[in-house]
Design a protein around this ligand. Structure first.
Ligand SMILES: NC(=O)c1ccc[n+]([C@@H]2O[C@H](COP(=O)([O-])OP(=O)(O)OC[C@H]3O[C@@H](n4cnc5c(N)ncnc54)[C@H](OP(=O)(O)O)[C@@H]3O)[C@@H](O)[C@H]2O)c1
Length: 190
């Protein structure tokens, strides 16, 4: 991978890795743009996994390192109308949690940051339009970034940023998935 090879060629020690790049797409899966879904998986899942794979062994060897992976409130349930994106963020959360447990006690930590809707360019890139209810009270990007860095410093495994995300995380453990997926579909598409 280019970034990893570059750091090796320049003898750069990477002790903090933040896997932030990601995008979504909206619409029914049967009617989707296949290329966009494919690229989403490459960026949201494959690149994150590969960068972690490249940099993690060096961190473990040095007994020092921190990885922050961008998951989302979308990781808590299935997302009709954004099926691939929700599934990719569920992957990121599960993968991060599992690797965090594997490296426990090694001096390396892995954190999954799960923000709710945030006022960035995400909505536009995901073709959600301006009408999505989810983005009516979007968080400020700087608040999300601060929460992520704080969690990374503390070595927390999961960070739910904002009241909305904390409530959704709690409710998703109580409410049946048949209900959460209906709710998620309505929130994203109205
Ligand atoms: N905004 C939200 O509501 C929200 C909520 C939860 C989680 N997240 C997650 O937060 C992360 C950042 O998203 P954002 O909200 O800041 O959205 P954004 O403003 O659209 O930024 C997306 C980021 O991903 C990069 N990116 C997109 N496509 C790429 C590609 N094909 N190859 C390499 N880099 C690519 C972009 O790089 P360039 O700047 O070079 O284009 C940019 O840095 C994502 O993982 C997203 O899933 C966002």
């Amino acid at each position: 991978m280019g970034v990893f090879k570059f750091t090796q060629a320049h003898d750069l020690e990477v002790n903090v890795l933040i896997n932030n790049a990601g995008f979504g797409d909206s619409g029914k899966f049967a009617e989707c743009n296949w290329q966009k879904q494919y690229e989403m998986v490459q960026v949201d899942i494959t690149a994150l996994m590969q960068l972690t794979f490249c940099f993690l062994p060096g961190m473990i060897e040095r007994k020092h390192g921190k990885i922050l992976n961008l998951s989302s409130v979308a990781a808590f349930c299935a997302g009709p109308g954004m099926s691939v994106y929700y599934a990719s963020k569920a992957f990121v959360r599960s993968f991060s949690e599992a690797v965090a447990e594997e490296v426990k006690g090694s001096g390396v930590t892995v954190t999954a940051l799960c923000p709710g809707p945030t006022a960035t360019g995400f909505e536009v890139a995901a073709d959600m339009g301006n009408g999505s209810k989810m983005f009516k009270k979007a968080a400020k990007p700087e608040d999300v970034a601060k929460a992520g860095i704080r969690a990374l410093r503390l070595g927390k495994v999961l960070c739910y940023q904002g009241t909305f995300t904390k409530c959704m995380s709690f409710l998703s453990r109580l409410v049946p998935r048949s209900v959460t997926r209906k709710y998620a579909g309505k929130m994203d598409n109205t």
